[in-house]
Design a protein. Structure first.
Length: 346
């Protein structure tokens, strides 16, 4: 593994938000925002106006705080834009919808470089473009100069295309649990960065820019998925949300999960071996990959990209997540993981 080059601070007051001003910043950012076909009225007025052919709007919001969700010495501005968009686009996909537009709120210190903000806007636009979405509005505000932290609040709006929204609460005993996307990669990349390294490149890149399987959400809805959610806090944690809301037990098949996530061997095994850990810990508890999990009737044909990793059972003793019959938290602890996933305010 290679260590990152030391950062050289660069002051550019002529390019700061303070000098360029609010509307100058907005103009520069919107120049990179892209276009949203669903927008009847785009950025520049008091509010945007979107066409909603379905008649319903999927809406979700995520807040990213510098130092908590991203670090500018670890990720480029474009990386941060991609990551901020991905967290929201995945939530819309998990409902069976497709994102049509984003609203972005920004709080930043007055000395923030507008070139950096343009990079964030570029990342947002690039992540949205394949879905036909774009930033259609938002707000900017000055953060406390002594805090030095940037805060991004992103709201995604989406369309269901006539589908019934797939909730977390629809799983039934007898259903199969399936996975689309990758697990453990972002957590592996974070472990690498925390130790001052930047390789394996694939793992670090996965932390900087998640790769959610956006198309898998609507495909699952069309295939009759009974419940679905994205994995943002960790597989055990988010499967736990699904189990609780549905009143069921989710039992993960360890062998199937390993085959789906750790074969063929790659960066996760390489880094785990170097650190003396087990890559399955990242698969079970690592967040921010924004994979999707869903339950399907046992006779359903899984769409392309979906792999069975477990089963849904009755919950006579209450909802739970098991790994081949053993409580998930016990398995995670045995693997050396701290808890079952990310917990806010912990």
């Amino acid at each position: 593994m290679t260590r990152p080059r030391p950062l050289v601070p660069r002051e550019d007051p002529a390019d700061s938000v303070r000098v360029v001003g609010e509307f100058g910043v907005i103009a520069r950012v919107l120049a990179r925002a892209g276009a949203a076909p669903a927008a009847e009225v785009g950025p520049g007025d008091d509010a945007a106006v979107l066409r909603t052919p379905d008649g319903r709007v999927v809406a979700t919001t995520d807040v990213l705080v510098e130092g908590r969700h991203f670090r500018r010495d670890w990720s480029s501005a474009e990386d941060i834009g991609h990551k901020a968009a991905a967290a929201n686009l995945a939530d819309v996909a998990a409902m069976g919808g497709v994102t049509t537009a984003l609203l972005v709120g920004l709080a930043c210190p007055p000395d923030t470089s507008t070139a950096w903000l343009e990079g964030v806007a570029t990342g947002l636009a690039e992540e949205c473009a394949p879905l036909g979405a774009a930033v259609v509005g938002g707000d900017t505000v000055s953060a406390a100069p002594d805090s030095g932290a940037v805060v991004l609040s992103v709201t995604a709006l989406g369309d269901l295309g006539g589908r019934v929204p797939v909730l977390r609460s629809g799983a039934r005993p007898g259903d199969v649990l399936a996975l689309a996307g990758r697990l453990g990669w972002s957590a592996c990349g974070l472990a690498v960065l925390r130790r001052g390294f930047t390789s394996p490149v694939a793992a670090v890149a996965a932390h900087r820019r998640p790769a959610p399987p956006y198309a898998a959400g609507p495909a699952a809805a069309d295939a009759g998925a009974t419940a679905m959610c994205d994995v943002s806090d960790g597989l055990l944690a988010d499967a736990g949300h699904l189990a609780h809301d549905s009143g069921v037990v989710v039992d993960l098949d360890r062998t199937a999960l390993v085959q789906a996530t750790l074969e063929p061997p790659g960066p996760l095994q390489q880094v785990a071996a170097a650190l003396g850990g087990d890559p399955l810990a990242w698969v079970l508890t690592g967040g921010e990959d924004h994979a999707l999990i869903a339950t399907f009737p046992p006779d359903a044909a899984l769409p392309d990209g979906w792999t069975t990793i477990g089963a849904v059972r009755e919950a006579p003793e209450g909802p739970a997540v098991l790994v081949e019959g053993e409580p998930g938290e016990i398995v995670a602890e045995a693997l050396g993981a701290e808890g079952t996933g990310h917990v806010h305010f912990r």
